[in-house]
Write a protein that binds this ligand. Structure first.
Ligand SMILES: CC(=O)N[C@H]1[C@@H](OP(=O)(O)OP(=O)(O)OC[C@H]2O[C@@H](n3ccc(=O)[nH]c3=O)[C@H](O)[C@@H]2O)O[C@H](CO)[C@@H](O)[C@@H]1O[C@H](C)C(=O)N[C@@H](C)C(=O)N[C@H](CCC(=O)O)C(=O)O
Ligand SMILES: Nc1ncnc2c1ncn2[C@@H]1O[C@H](COP(=O)(O)OP(=O)(O)OP(=O)(O)O)[C@@H](O)[C@H]1O
Ligand SMILES: N[C@H](CCC[C@H](N)C(=O)O)C(=O)O
Ligand SMILES: [Mg+2]
Length: 481
């Protein structure tokens, strides 16, 4: 299918006539341009796409869309728009039509992957063909295709959405990361419902301060939710007011969830083995169900997911019945093994709040010691490191600081920045050896948390990515004992 430039750029402001005929594709990477494409020259963290205009044209780009004219005349029409990232996303949504009819999104510092997975599971339990898209990749009932970003870039995202539609999927739950929202990766999608889980420190290397981070997340409610659509807010999070205000000032239908929730009120939570019994009030009805997941935070995630699913037409009875059958997302407070009367969990906590939440969730299961093995990622918000060190020192009885994905940073420096705030912590940079050390320290009644990498099946050291799985290391260490 082909488009005119005007059709592709509709909604991007007044446009000059380009004089160019049919357009067959769009790309923001000069190295991937195919003949007949529009090259969208985007402002980036390292470069501006304008610098690669010559390569794009050599590969067959017919037009350049950008936010300012390149210094040298590239020799093809240049169209300047105000927000080139948004224009790119909208163009990608048009090129890769048709798409699933119902899309919902979830944002927040922690819980997005879990909520997106739970919404997909509720839809599937209701007989709907559904998918979740996010950190784990694109998941459907017939498998998982992993990706590299939580919110894929616009072209990949819209290409994935068209592929899902072609497979008969009309329900998709998408993780909206702050980078994705800020970079307009999701523009062009009209979300039927949207949710906010929580906001705490992360990614300040990119967003600079909490206000910038918050503003990026608010875009989901202010710019991407359909007019009047349901905005689901976790009112137990201290940051909920900004999200409620944003929802109301954009005429969304506010649905609050939590202990003080008006739409779904959490009346009580009691532990049932590693799961929990939950009682909620939903629009006047009291509902009790078993949630087969560990940690009160998962109650919040599950109820937000139920609210999203009900917002798209799933009946209440079906939604709550599905919660009793939920499977946790891989590596989210996952009980991986039990060993000599102790338990070993893997969790993706990579923020101070997530680490505190995960350790607090495990404390009730400890009659001996709570042991944590974790590290912090390189080339990411450095301010998280002492905060995570302090949380570990405060909440665990034995702390072993190891490497996460050091990327291009000096791993020893990262560890030192964590340990500075965790007096008494042990240091073991080799993650495999650190996990073995944690397991070797276990006695009856102890719980071991291995945090930071969750589902990841790799470790990034420098610029090379080598296979590594916390799960496999645990099994291999246990096989040797
Ligand atoms: C900081 C960041 O988010 N960067 C993302 C961004 O890159 P960028 O725009 O800054 O790229 P750049 O290198 O400055 O280049 C500028 C432009 O020139 C183009 N270019 C570049 C080179 C060339 O030869 N030709 C060319 O055309 C690039 O395609 C780009 O359009 O756009 C790229 C394409 O979409 C992303 O791959 C890249 O993600 C990097 C790899 C990344 O690591 N991102 C992480 C931090 C991220 O986005 N994480 C979030 C958060 C997860 C969470 O919530 O925890 C996520 O959604 O995954
Ligand atoms: N509702 C929640 N409140 C606090 N912490 C949570 C919550 N949900 C999950 N967590 C913690 O955060 C970790 C990451 O959870 P999850 O992967 O669902 O979040 P995410 O928002 O998708 O993260 P990312 O931004 O990396 O994609 C979990 O392993 C757990 O430790
Ligand atoms: N989406 C997060 C994941 C962090 C996971 C952790 N293992 C790390 O590498 O820091 C990020 O890109 O910051
Ligand atoms: Mg995620």
């Amino acid at each position: 299918m082909s488009f005119s430039v005007t059709q592709l750029l509709e909604g991007s402001g007044a446009l000059p006539s380009s004089g160019v005929g049919a357009i067959f594709g769009v790309n923001s990477d000069s190295r991937r341009i195919e003949p007949g494409d529009v090259f969208f020259a985007l402002p980036g963290a390292h470069a501006h796409g304008n610098e690669f205009a010559a390569e794009a044209i050599a590969r067959g780009a017919l037009v350049i869309v950008t936010d300012h004219k390149p210094k040298a005349d590239p020799g093809v029409p240049v169209i300047v728009v105000e927000d080139v990232r948004a224009a790119y996303a909208r163009a990608a949504s048009r090129i890769f039509a048709p798409q699933p009819q119902i899309a919902v999104a979830v944002t927040g510092t922690n819980g997005k992957t879990s909520v997106a997975s739970f919404v997909r599971q509720i839809w599937q339990a209701s007989g709907l063909a559904a998918s979740s898209v996010g950190t784990l990749g694109v998941e459907t009932s017939w498998g998982l295709r992993s990706g590299s970003l939580t919110t894929p870039d616009s072209r990949t995202l819209h290409q994935n959405l068209r592929a899902l539609k072609a497979q008969g999927i009309d329900h998709v739950a998408i993780e909206a990361s702050s980078h994705g929202l800020e970079q307009r990766r999701l523009d062009g999608i009209h979300f039927e419902a949207a949710a906010f889980t929580n906001l705490s420190r992360d990614h300040l290397d990119y967003h600079v301060d909490m206000e910038g981070y918050r503003q990026a997340k608010l875009r989901l409610f202010t710019d991407l939710l359909v007019e009047g659509g349901p905005a689901i807010v976790n009112v137990d999070d201290p940051e909920h007011e900004a999200f409620m205000f944003a929802a109301l000032s954009h005429n969304a239908t506010l649905l609050t969830v939590g202990k003080e929730g008006a739409y779904i009120e959490i009346a009580s939570i009691e532990r049932e083995g590693y799961g929990q019994r939950v009682e909620v009030k939903h629009v006047g009805e009291t509902i009790s169900f078993h949630l087969p997941l560990t940690g009160a935070f998962q109650v919040s995630n599950a109820l937000i997911a139920a609210a999203l699913a009900m917002s798209t037409g799933v009946e209440r009875a079906a939604a709550f019945a599905a919660l009793s059958e939920l499977k946790g997302a891989k590596g989210r407070l996952e009980l991986v093994a039990e060993h000599r009367g102790s338990a070993i969990f893997v969790d993706y906590a990579h923020t101070p709040d997530a680490l505190e939440t995960a350790l607090a969730a495990l404390r009730p299961y400890v009659t001996g010691r709570l042991i944590v093995v974790f590290g912090c990622g390189g080339d990411r918000d450095k301010g998280k490191r002492p905060l995570m060190g302090a949380v570990a020192a405060m909440s665990a009885d034995l702390v072993i600081v190891t490497d996460d994905n050091p990327r291009t940073e000096d791993a020893a420096v990262i560890r030192a920045e964590v340990i500075e705030a965790a007096p008494g912590a042990r240091e073991n940079g080799d993650r495999r050896a650190a996990i073995a050390e944690g397991i070797g320290s276990l006695g009856a009644g102890d719980v071991l948390l291995i945090a930071g990498k969750g589902h990841e099946d790799y470790q990034i050291i420098g610029t090379s990515k080598t296979p590594f799985s916390d799960h496999e290391v645990i099994h291999s260490v246990l096989g040797q004992t």
